[in-house]
Design a protein around this ligand. Structure first.
Ligand code: BGP
Length: 471
């Protein structure tokens, strides 16, 4: 059997995208509460203020997870819900909420996978010292982690530190699509380096407080292909692999930057503020697994060889950043052989097999797929059914890809689809749905937030029951 007996068939979510209750029970504001309330920042100015109200409906949702037979549920803790100012006074009601979620999951036979940081930084820390741009955050982030380790460490085995560090730094500081909406390559690299240090410090503390647990980051991995066999495209691919994949994963797995990264950055005029004490901190912070969020593959070419036009989409918010310093080394382009979603993301299941193999080959770490799924428009029929065979096909092909990768020799601990319930999408409102459970709301109205099981719900139930034999 390809899938190990205790394979974690799961689903994932993030606090800001599901909880709602933005100002309830002592929660402080996060950067996303503030950012999404500024007109123009999100699609149709949608926010997660109510989201799908998991804060009040978690028991109903977990009952559905149990009915499906879900083995694991990945969720994140909202930092400002437990520490309204990011540090100092603890909000007991926030702490208690996550105890209730974790206990309810465990009582229903579902293993909690806890993400420490899924982008909702306390606004207080942004105001005080510009959040991730200051080394001050390393101490505050570590203290926040220790608080969670002490509270939940004896109940939760699998922990994720930073969700998609590569995405929140790129979108926040390079493409100006997330808070604090900056477009500056040097600041992006500075922030990213500080996030690396915070991640390493959090993992070091984890070993003391949760000695029997397993911890790792979740990386948004996209395998990179060359547009053609032309050697210039191949070199562009090599550049992109270094600066879009290994720049992060080498630091996670090996605790150091490779000379290639430092020099490639120098070549484009970017300096890495790597101090002696940083080298020390990054050492010995190897994770137990590499968390992988996989949605799509990326194809690159050179600036000179690029032919296709940038696509303008009306159903999302797109970056206006132009002329990135990395354009000298590679530029993204279309993949002529791939299918695309309605939001322009490639559909490439083989890319997942390639991802798992490349990561295994370079790092020899077990892999936990922490996100994978299809964002699509769904139709709620009059009889309450949702026929989402496109989602079933997508997930089926990706499960097959994981199976093949395991047969090729990789170790995969589990598979968390994105997502269990439909939820708030950062830049796409509520129309881009990912769930097995349809949540009846849209951008204009929260309606009653009623839950309906989609066809994919029954499909995944079967997959879990047969441990991946019946897909
Ligand atoms: C990942 C994030 C998730 C989720 C997902 C889907 O990058 O970790 O939080 O949002 O992507 O993205 P989107 O909602 O933009 O379709």
């Amino acid at each position: 059997m390809a899938f190990q007996k205790d394979f974690l068939w799961g689903s994932a979510s993030a606090a800001y995208q599901i909880e709602g209750a933005a100002n309830i029970d002592g929660k402080g504001p996060s950067i996303w509460d503030i950012y999404s309330n500024i007109p123009g920042n999100t699609f149709k100015n949608t926010t997660g203020e109510v989201a799908i109200d998991f804060y009040h409906k978690f028991e109903e949702d977990i009952a559905l997870m149990k009915e499906m037979g879900l083995k694991a549920y990945r969720f994140s803790v909202s930092w400002p819900r437990v520490l309204p100012k990011g540090k100092g006074e603890v909000n007991a009601k926030g702490i208690e909420f996550y105890h209730k979620v974790i206990d309810t999951l465990i009582d229903n036979g579902i293993e909690p996978i806890l993400t420490v940081y899924h982008w909702d930084l306390p606004q207080a820390l942004q105001d005080e010292y510009a959040g991730w741009e200051s080394r001050e955050i390393i101490k505050d982030f570590t203290n926040y982690c220790i608080l969670l380790y002490k509270e939940y460490g004896d109940k939760v085995k699998h922990w994720v530190t930073l969700n998609e560090q590569n995405i929140f730094t790129t979108l926040g500081y390079l493409l100006a699509l997330h808070p604090p909406k900056v477009m500056d390559f040097q600041r992006f690299i500075n922030v990213n380096h500080i996030a690396n240090l915070a991640n390493a410090a959090a993992i070091k503390e984890f070993r003391k407080y949760v000695p029997n647990g397993l911890v790792g980051p979740s990386f948004a991995y996209s395998p990179i292909y060359a547009k053609s066999e032309h050697p210039e495209d191949v070199l562009a691919m090599e550049n992109a692999v270094e600066l879009q994949n290994y720049l992060w994963m080498d630091v996670y797995a090996n605790g150091e930057y490779s000379p290639l990264h430092i020099n490639l950055l120098k070549k484009i005029g970017i300096n890495l503020d790597l101090r002696d004490e940083d080298i020390e901190l990054l050492k010995d912070s190897r994770p137990d697994f590499m968390g992988v969020n996989y949605y799509q593959s990326t194809t690159v070419t050179t600036r000179e060889r690029k032919q296709d036009e940038e696509e303008k989409l009306t159903n999302t918010v797109q970056s206006e950043a132009k002329n990135l310093p990395t354009d000298k080394l590679f530029v993204n382009c279309k993949n002529a052989h791939a299918k695309y979603t309605d939001w322009g993301w490639t559909i490439d299941p083989i890319g997942l097999q390639v991802s798992i193999r490349r990561i295994t080959s370079r790092y020899n770490l077990p892999i936990l797929i922490t996100e994978n799924g299809l964002g699509a428009y769904d139709t709620l029929e009059e009889n309450g059914e949702i026929h989402d065979e496109y989602r079933i096909n997508y997930l089926k092909e990706h499960v097959e890809a994981i199976k093949s990768a395991i047969e090729d020799g990789a170790e995969v601990l589990g598979y968390c689809t994105w997502s269990f319930q439909d939820l708030f999408s950062w830049l796409n409102g509520y129309a881009k749905r990912y769930g097995f459970v349809y949540v009846d709301r849209d951008e204009e109205s929260e309606k009653e937030l009623k839950r309906y099981k989609k066809d994919s719900f029954y499909w995944y139930k079967n997959v879990i029951e047969s441990n991946g034999e019946k897909i």
